[in-house]
Design a protein around this ligand. Structure first.
Ligand code: IPE
Ligand code: IPE
Ligand code: MG
Length: 249
């Protein structure tokens, strides 16, 4: 048995049925803070700690892709002071975590309308992505200013533009080409999508990519989400029969 096998087996997991890509809608920071009679921003601060723990857990579990929904295109409509607190938190997170990401083999990636982010966030992102670009153990993708509909619109524009310029024939457009022109072009589709805090909705996240993703909704608020709960979701995932529309094999 090699080290990979023993590592996940100790958590009651089958090494042959591990997901490659886990995506998470990190929801419930505000409610966590309200329950404790604190400002919503405190909930976001606590949420950042969970990001750190869950990233580390995925690395230990040798899951190669983790994608976190951190800020949606719709979240720009929140009060300016909350948006600005979130942006500041993001810069702080990027600056404080880059060294650990480098050390731990984590590659940082970002998807979304990144051009809408304040300059200081884009600079911190570019810096962190540059410093971690050769890491291979875990690709941590942050969905920032991300909306799946906007992503699909930009894909349509790019493909239409290429067709107009004669670079592609419209008949060549197939599912592979569409997938390659989304922000997630280089990522596999998620095997698991987790949403914390109980809401049964997708909120404009990865609409194309989750066609056959296994969904898990937990009532746990994001700041309270733990490695143990992630492991229990992975155990339940391994018991599911993924048929992809076929007859069970
Ligand atoms: C998720 O927590 C973080 C972001 C959307 C940025 P929320 O801020 O949505 O928390 P709730 O849903 O109000 O509890
Ligand atoms: C989804 O959470 C977006 C993120 C987690 C970044 P929201 O709190 O924005 O979603 P709704 O408003 O409940 O649909
Ligand atoms: Mg929410």
């Amino acid at each position: 048995m090699n080290s990979k096998h023993s590592k996940v087996s100790q958590f009651g997991l089958d090494p042959l049925k591990m997901p490659r890509h886990v995506a998470i809608i990190m929801d419930g920071n505000g409610r966590w803070a309200r329950k404790k009679l604190m400002n919503r921003v405190k909930g976001h601060e606590q949420g950042v700690k969970t990001v750190r723990h869950i990233t580390e857990a995925c690395r230990q579990l040798e899951i190669p892709f983790l994608t976190l929904y951190a800020f949606s295109t719709e979240n720009w409509q929140r009060p300016a002071h909350e948006v600005s607190a979130l942006m500041n938190l993001l810069v702080r997170f990027l600056k404080s975590e880059t060294a650990d990401m480098v050390k731990n083999g984590v590659r940082l990636n970002a998807i979304g309308q990144l051009e809408r982010l304040p300059d200081k966030v884009r600079q911190a992102l570019d810096e962190a992505m540059g410093q971690t670009e050769n890491n291979r153990l875990l690709t941590l993708t942050l969905a920032l200013s991300y909306g799946a509909r906007a992503e699909i619109v930009q894909m349509a524009r790019v493909l239409a533009d290429k067709a107009c310029r004669g670079e592609i024939d419209p008949q060549q457009i197939d599912e592979t080409l569409v997938g390659q022109h989304l922000y997630t072009g280089k990522l596999p589709d998620p095997d698991i999508l987790i949403r914390t805090s109980g809401e049964m909705r997708i909120s404009n996240f990865l609409l194309w990519q989750i066609a056959y993703t296994e969904l898990f909704v937990t009532a746990t608020l994001w700041p309270d989400f733990t490695r143990d709960e992630l492991i229990s979701i992975l155990q339940r995932f391994q018991q599911r029969d993924r048929r992809f529309g076929k007859v069970e094999g």
